[in-house]
Every structure is written in structure tokens, then in C-alpha cells.
Design a protein around this ligand. Structure first.
Ligand SMILES: Cc1ncc(COP(=O)(O)O)c(C=O)c1O
Length: 491
């Protein structure tokens, strides 16, 4: 009996063998009275243990699909005795996919949308984004340029938008001609394009630990080996990274150096220069993912792309955090052959991003006062960050630590090691409160005692209510872990 087993899925081997045989019986491929191979023979054939096959036969017997006759073997039962509930798609459980984390992420995103006190989405609320100004621009563009509805965008992006983005980036300290900009449907598509263009089995990629959850499946789906670089409040440890370069010859280093998601930390200018030097020395490509750079409470910092002389850095920018996430407009900036490959890759992937969205964003950037907008937006974000710090101080938990981000919408909170934040999340969800537990942010061995709070996602009042709830949920959870306090009578 030929059964294709997949050791990578969530389904155990006995379950898979059970599923395969039960499908044959229920589809009529194996008929009443037919003898099944002996446990020993099937185990040898499938190269699994006897116990594995034994367990699958027990399951088949429990579901009344087979009967086991003492000393004679196992036989398919009479049809009226088969009571198993059938799901026509069960056979699909055995199909291997290459996105181990995506399902959980999608579910997390949708559950967090359903919950009122959503501190898990790294998104910005309507009072932080220029919603009304954008609405006016949408109407204007459709009225003024209806004919763009009849056209595809050029693959690498609308020329008007590429020129506007080139000018916009000058204010961010980056001088790049429009020709080096590829418009993408958000930074997420940029990451995917880079991975599918340049990465495959056998390649090694370094990421920060913890890292942006959205890069993990992109890399895993390419079959690459992901190595994690230890990271603290000052970003990646470059001494260790250097040793790792010697040892593993990475092709790419993925980093989110400004207000890193999930830790909120920033890689200093000095370290950025050193990282670019390391990339040059080892012929590595850096993916510099920068969706949050404009959301700074103080100062400014140079991008690695602005320090890159030989085309080692691919820079990604997004307008999801500064204008609108739903428009799905972002871009990649690269040089040389890498740039040309990415332009071709984008063209073949989706024949160009939606032209209407690109033109609206272009006209919007041309007319909008970003200076004023960022001042207001960042002041509001800072206020929220400080409210979170007050809440954490109020908790008075020994060993509770947090980063203090100087921009961006997320803060990383570390609990004493006995706390598993996935367990804390179960308590939180009962109160309609959500956050991102740390286990999701590690591609390899996870740390489980941290969590990420996004303080930009809710309107101010709901956010304040969430913080109150968060305090309560954490207090109760900590008490449940340490039921014996000084006040607990001993007898
Ligand atoms: C670090 C990082 N990269 C990429 C993205 C995806 O951004 P976009 O909405 O532009 O696809 C996000 C979204 O939160 C992010 O935090």
C-alpha cells in the first residue's frame, strides 16, 4: 500500500496513515472484507515504527472502519457499520505547504480585529492618519484623470509617483533618482519580491531575533536557512554577526533598523556604517526595511542606503504608516543588476501595482504638508507611549522590563522568565484584549516571556481603557502564578 507521508505537517504520522486508509475505504477503493497489510509489513514499507501503524489501525477500528480478527489480521468492515463523519477535504491535510506561520498570523490578525482592545496590530488609528485629506484627493483624481482606469501601470511603477517619491525621500536624507525606485504593493510585497527573486534552497539569511513576523514565512517559503543574530536595546550584536558571517556565508541580512518591529529599538549610525562595511567585506546584501522612519519623536537617523556605495543595500519604504495601509503603496530602492532583476520580478508578478492607487498617493504626496502632519502624529504617539510607561510602572512587578522607543508605534515588554505570554494572552482575550506574544517573532527557538504592545492602533479613549484592562489582566495572571503572597494565611 503506497501512502505518501509528510513529516513537516502538524498531523502526526498515525493520523496521516489513518486518513489515507479511511479515504480509500470511504471512497470505495477498498471494499468490504478486504484485508489490510499486517502492521509489520506496512511499517516496513512506510519506514515507520510498528507503534505508528498500530496507532493508525486502532484509530480505524475506533471509527468502525475496520475490524481486527484475532490471529488473522485486519479487514474492512461492512458499509452500514461505518460511522465516521466525513469531510470531503480531509485528504488535503497531507499536502505540504511552505508557509508554517502564515495561518497563525492570519488568525491573529483577524482575532485582533474582532477584539475591542486591540493592542496587537502594528497599525495607526484614524486620528493619526490623514483620512479626510486623502478622501478629498481620491475624488479629485478620479474626476481629473478618469482615463487612468483604462490602463495598466508600468511594471516598475507609475512614473509620476516614482518622481514624487524620489523628491519625498530627499527630506528623509536619501537622494535617489526615480529610475532606481520600484513601486510595490506595500513593503510586504517588496520583501516577497526580493526573496523570490534572489533566494532559494541552500541560501543562508540572517535576521534579528526577535524579528518582524511578516518576514518569517517569506523566508521559510523559499527553503532558506534562517540564522538569528542576537539583538538587544541597541539592535543587532555586530561582533557576533561578524563571526556568523565567517561561519555561514549569508546571502542576505534582513534588518528593520529604525524602531524595529517588534522591539522598537534603533540601530545607531555607527553600527549602521559598520553593518554596511561588513556587507561589503562579505558580499552580502542587506534588506533595510524602513516603514517606520518618519514616526520619530526626536532627532533623525541616516538610512544604510544613504551610506551604501556599491549597491549592497536594498531599501524598502512604505506609505502604510504615514498615509494609508489599505492603499498598499510602498517601494524598493536598489542599484545595478539587483535593481533590474527586481523591476522584472515586479512586472511579472502582478503586471504593476494598481495605477489608481499610485496616482492618488502621488498627488497626495505632492500637495500634503507632511512636516505639520508628522509633528502632530508623533506628538500623539509619544503621549500614548508615555501612558504605557506609566501603566507598566504602576504594575510594580519585579523583573518587568521594557524598551523605551524614540519613535514608531510599538513597545517590547519583558516579563520574568516564569511568564509565558501566550498563556497571558489567553487570559487577555477573555477580556477582549489582545497583544502580540513573543513566540511569534522568532523563526527558530522562541523566547516566550516577552510581548509587543502596539500603542498606535486605537483611538485615545479606547487605548486608555485597554491599558486599564491590561493592568488588571497582568496582575491577575501574576497572582495566579504566585498564589502564596505574604498575606496568605499558612494554615
Ligand atoms: C517591519 C515591517 N515591514 C513591513 C511591513 C509591511 O508593510 P506594508 O503595509 O507596507 O506592506 C510592516 C508592517 O507592519 C512592518 O512592520
Amino acid at each position: 500500500m503506497k501512502i505518501a507521508l509528510n513529516k513537516q505537517t502538524d498531523h502526526s504520522l498515525p493520523e496521516q496513515i489513518f486518513q489515507s486508509i479511511s479515504d480509500r475505504i470511504l471512497s470505495g477503493l477498498m471494499i468490504e472484507g478486504e484485508k489490510l497489510p499486517s502492521v509489520r509489513k506496512l511499517a516496513e514499507q512506510l519506514e515507520v515504527s510498528l507503534v505508528t501503524v498500530q496507532k493508525s489501525y486502532e484509530l480505524l477500528e475506533k471509527k468502525q472502519l475496520i475490524e481486527r480478527r484475532q490471529g488473522k489480521g485486519s479487514y474492512v468492515r461492512r458499509s452500514e457499520q461505518k460511522t465516521v463523519e466525513t469531510n470531503p477535504y480531509n485528504w488535503q491535510n497531507m499536502i505540504e505547504d511552505f508557509l508554517p506561520r502564515a495561518q497563525t498570523w492570519m488568525e491573529m490578525k483577524s482575532f485582533s480585529r474582532e477584539y475591542k482592545y486591540n493592542l496587537s496590530l502594528a497599525n495607526l488609528s484614524h486620528d493619526l492618519l490623514p483620512v479626510y485629506e486623502l478622501t478629498d484627493m481620491i475624488t479629485k483624481v478620479i474626476r481629473d484623470e478618469p482615463m487612468i482606469l483604462t490602463k495598466y501601470s508600468p511594471g516598475p511603477g507609475d512614473q509620476i509617483l516614482r518622481e514624487v517619491v524620489s523628491e519625498y525621500l530627499v527630506d528623509e536624507g536619501l537622494v535617489v533618482p526615480a529610475d532606481k525606485i520600484v513601486i510595490t504593493s506595500g513593503a510586504q510585497q517588496g520583501l516577497e519580491l526580493i526573496a523570490k527573486t534572489f533566494l532559494g534552497e541552500g541560501d543562508v539569511v540572517f535576521v534579528e531575533a526577535p524579528t518582524y513576523i511578516g518576514i518569517i514565512d517569506i523566508l521559510k517559503s523559499r527553503g532558506v536557512t534562517i540564522k538569528t543574530v542576537p539583538t538587544n536595546e541597541e539592535g543587532m550584536n555586530l561582533n557576533i554577526l561578524l563571526q556568523m558571517c565567517e561561519q555561514f556565508s549569508p546571502k542576505f541580512i534582513y534588518t528593520n533598523p529604525t524602531f524595529q518591529n517588534p522591539t522598537g529599538t534603533i540601530l545607531s549610525e555607527k553600527k549602521r556604517r559598520r553593518l554596511v562595511d561588513i556587507a561589503q567585506a562579505f558580499n552580502v546584501i542587506i534588506m533595510e526595511d524602513d516603514p517606520w522612519g518618519e514616526l520619530r519623536f526626536e532627532g533623525s537617523i541616516k538610512s544604510m542606503k544613504s551610506m551604501d556605495e556599491n549597491g549592497h543595500v536594498i531599501y524598502l519604504k512604505s506609505f502604510s504608516k504615514t498615509i494609508s495601509p489599505g492603499f498598499r503603496v510602498g517601494c524598493i530602492i536598489a542599484d545595478g543588476k539587483i535593481l533590474n532583476k527586481l523591476k522584472a520580478s515586479k512586472s511579472v508578478s502582478d503586471l504593476g501595482s494598481p495605477l489608481l492607487n499610485q496616482r492618488i498617493i502621488a498627488r497626495f504626496i505632492q500637495s500634503f504638508n507632511f512636516g505639520q502632519h508628522f509633528k502632530k502624529m508623533n506628538a500623539l504617539l509619544l503621549l500614548r507611549r508615555n501612558l504605557l510607561i506609566e501603566t507598566l510602572n504602576d504594575l510594580q512587578i519585579e523583573g518587568l522590563k521594557w524598551t523605551v522607543p524614540s519613535g514608531g508605534p510599538v513597545m517590547w515588554i519583558t516579563f520574568p522568565t516564569q511568564v509565558n505570554t501566550e498563556h497571558l494572552l489567553i487570559d487577555a482575550l477573555k477580556q477582549e484584549l489582545s497583544f502580540l506574544p513573543s513566540a511569534m517573532c522568532y523563526p527558530n527557538e522562541p523566547e516566550v516571556n516577552h510581548l509587543r504592545i502596539s500603542y498606535g492602533n486605537l483611538s485615545l479613549n479606547t487605548y486608555k481603557e485597554s491599558l486599564k484592562l491590561f493592568k488588571e489582566v497582568v496582575k491577575n495572571h501574576m497572582e495566579s502564578l504566585n498564589p502564596f503572597t505574604e498575606d496568605t494565611p499558612l494554615f
